[in-house]
Design a protein around this ligand. Sequence first.
Ligand code: ADP
Length: 404
Amino acid sequence: MPTNSPKSQHVLVLNSGSSSLKFAIIDPNNGHEVISGLAERLGSEAPSIKYKYDGTKTAINLKANEAHAETINTLVALIKSHKLDEHLIAVGHRVVHGGEHFIQSILIDEDVISGITQAATLAPLHGHANLLGISSAKESFKGLPQVAVFDTAFHQTMDEVAYLYALPYKLYTDFGVRRYGFHGTSHCYVAGQAAQLLNQSLEESNFISAHLGNGCSVCAIKNGKSVDTSMGLTPLAGLIMGMRSGDIDPGLFNFLTTQLNYSAQQIDDLLNQESGLLGISGLSNDCRTIEEASLSGNQRATLAIDMFCYRLAKQIAAYMVPLQRLDAIIFTGGIGENSNLIRKKVISQLAFLNIDCDEEANLKARFGQQGIISTKKTKIKVIVIPTNEEWVIANDAASIVKEL
Ligand code: ADP
């Protein structure tokens, strides 16, 4: 049983998805995860929770149809049974969409809830789940401060030249239609870590960070601030992802509706759940499966990887325009942190930037190991940094609580 010093302070971090709930209790001072887990298939016939505590992994089946509120109750009972609630100072919520209103993490009160509700019209699926998580946690952890940490906040430094779409301006002024960008917590964290690794100040650093997980995005970071990013109004835009198409010709909508009788919902499903690596390979959205299939000669798997890398390299190259000078390219997220193959293919397409991959370092920087994977003579560095969004959320929540 891990021991807690009487002074240890922890934050419960909640990341509510539409049918899942990721949770962790974290020491904000060092990022140590006391307990972490994932509740999945919420609201279905067979929801379950898997968690890791004190080096042991446990799985529990939840009651059929159990959703966020009941799951948080189960979580409370679990936390209390290990006496982990005694050290909690706050609950930190990952909130996907903060619109233009939220430019930093904030203590949740009624005004903040109505701001999040308003922003949720731009991302209904995520927004609704986030609000459910907040209301359930407020009910179950009465008296504990709740803090919202937004995926969009880091990108609020973008200039209108970068964030506006070339649509009638009224759509922006009246309905907030613009590029917001996501994965901000991750891009911000890895940029800070990269500056430390290079021993330079973040405020003087220019980076391009590629967060490559199930969702993928690239961010251009100038003097430590986001100046452009590949996701847009929603997390569907930009790069090829596991199941998401990324950028497509918007004329496709007309073709699908008039020629193939698709409904709006069918188009949404097609672009969000049937496209990307899965759509091209016809095999899986999981990069590992596709890499294995490609190695065994599956041509569509190879095509999916090649398309993924080409689009990513093109997006990185495009961000030389806002940056002009680049200190490092950062890889993070499940693919960015682990796939030496994808990293090598992307780097080779950026050879005109005079960057080169150090094969040995590329193999070493995997499975949680950070490192510089470009060769010593390369001026622009290529760096792998494992992301830790949960720690950022815990840290932000703890800092806000300290100021109360
Ligand atoms: P999420 O966006 O859901 O947090 P992750 O950041 O965990 O997702 O990334 C999941 C992706 O990372 C999957 O496509 C998975 O195949 C990929 N991945 C994990 N480990 C490896 C690996 N060793 N090689 C290639 N891809 C990997």
